[in-house]
Each structure stands twice: as C-alpha cells, then as structure tokens.
Write a protein that binds this ligand. Structure first.
Ligand SMILES: CC(C)(COP(=O)(O)OP(=O)(O)OC[C@H]1O[C@@H](n2cnc3c(N)ncnc32)[C@H](O)[C@@H]1OP(=O)(O)O)[C@@H](O)C(=O)NCCC(=O)NCCS
Length: 170
C-alpha cells in the first residue's frame, strides 16, 4: 500500500483506470453510470492526477505481486474552516483481488496519509447495505445516517447512501 506521487500516478494511469472500470462493470456505485468505457475511466483518473498535482487530492494504490489491484483517494480540497478534515473517496479493489483484506489495508494507509496531511477528521459515504458499508463499520467508522435514493447504480437504478465519519487519534 502506498501513496502515489504524480509522476508514478501518471505511469499507473492504465492500471488505475482498469480497476475503476472493473468496479463499475461489477455494478459499483462510485460516481458513474453505464455506458462507461475504459477510456472514460482513464479520463476520470487523468482529472484525479491533475488534482493530486495541485495538492487537492492524495492518491493511494495497493499492489499485489507488483500489480496494481486497488486504489483509494483522500480529498483535501476543503474550505479554510474545514482544513482539519478530508473526504475519503473511490475506495476500489479489482474484483479479482477482493476478500483478501486489500481494502482494509488501503484504509489503514488512507488514515496514515491523512494524519501526515494534518487531517484529524475523515468523512465518506457508501452504498447502504453494500460490501463497503460493512468494511467501514468494521474499521470503526461511525454511521451518520442514510439518504434514500442519493445516487445511481451504473444501470441507472437509485441507491441509498450511508454517511460515515471517523476521528483520528494522535
Ligand atoms: C468494498 C471493497 C472496496 C472491499 O474490498 P476488499 O478488498 O474485498 O475488502 P476486504 O478484503 O478488506 O474485506 C471484504 C471481506 O473479505 C473478508 N476478508 C478479508 N480478508 C480475508 C481473508 N484473508 N480470507 C477471507 N475473507 C477475508 C472481510 O472480513 C470482509 O468480509 P465481509 O464482506 O463479509 O464483511 C470492494 O468490494 C470494492 O471495490 N467494491 C466496489 C467499489 C466500492 O463499492 N467501493 C466503495 C466506495 S465507498
């Protein structure tokens, strides 16, 4: 698990896009609806890398046998009165690498990077009743509540969203 600096993220663009594309193809509600091509996924990550270059976002990646199998992001772009918090976004593990603890370890790395950035409060949202909701609850995140019909699944169906927060101890 490690933070990608901008040059490495650029080198890994295809692999990052492949993970995002696989997750959306698998039905994950992570911001996109079908049709969603590999090119669309690459375009999305190009924008994330540009954000990372500007210091607005931290990109992390999980490697297994040197292959990139997962990724997560920390969004640092907060208003001045929220400079102590960050949002965790796009925690994605390729379907071929799931249920081995990759996401749990990615989240540990996310917390480490958040602390390094001076962020002591994290927020995120997840599909209600999905794998990610279980993951965050297991890792000690607190549930705020559910917003019914907040987002869409890739096939266009509405899905409920659960908001979470976690305060980072020193
Ligand atoms: C949610 C997601 C990131 C989880 O990734 P993951 O790497 O499979 O997560 P983990 O392996 O840490 O945990 C998943 C499950 O495997 C289990 N597990 C972990 N290590 C294991 C091991 N060695 N052997 C058996 N089971 C294991 C965990 O206990 C957990 O079980 P549960 O689902 O019954 O609670 C992944 O499913 C994903 O990418 N989904 C699509 C995208 C998405 O929805 N992202 C969230 C956006 S907020």
């Amino acid at each position: 698990m490690r933070r990608l600096d901008a040059p490495e993220a650029r080198r890994q663009l295809d692999a990052l896009a492949a993970v995002l594309h696989d997750c959306v193809a698998g039905g994950a509600s992570v911001g996109y609806v079908e049709p969603f091509s590999l090119g669309d996924a690459r375009e999305a990550f190009e924008a994330f890398v540009a954000d990372a270059e500007a210091g607005r976002r931290v990109l992390l990646a999980a490697f297994a046998d040197r292959e990139l199998v997962g990724t997560a992001q920390l969004v640092l772009a907060t208003p001045p009165n929220g400079r102590h918090r960050a949002e965790v976004a796009r925690v994605l593990v390729h379907r071929s690498a799931r249920r081995r603890g990759v996401a749990a370890r990615l989240m540990e790395a996310v917390e480490r990077e958040a602390r390094a950035e001076g962020r002591t409060l994290l927020v995120l949202d997840a599909v209600t009743g999905g794998d990610a909701e279980r993951l965050y609850a297991r890792l000690g995140w607190s549930r705020v509540g559910v917003i019914p019909g907040y987002a869409l699944f890739p096939d266009g169906r509405l899905c409920d969203t659960t908001y979470f927060w976690k305060a980072l101890g020193r």
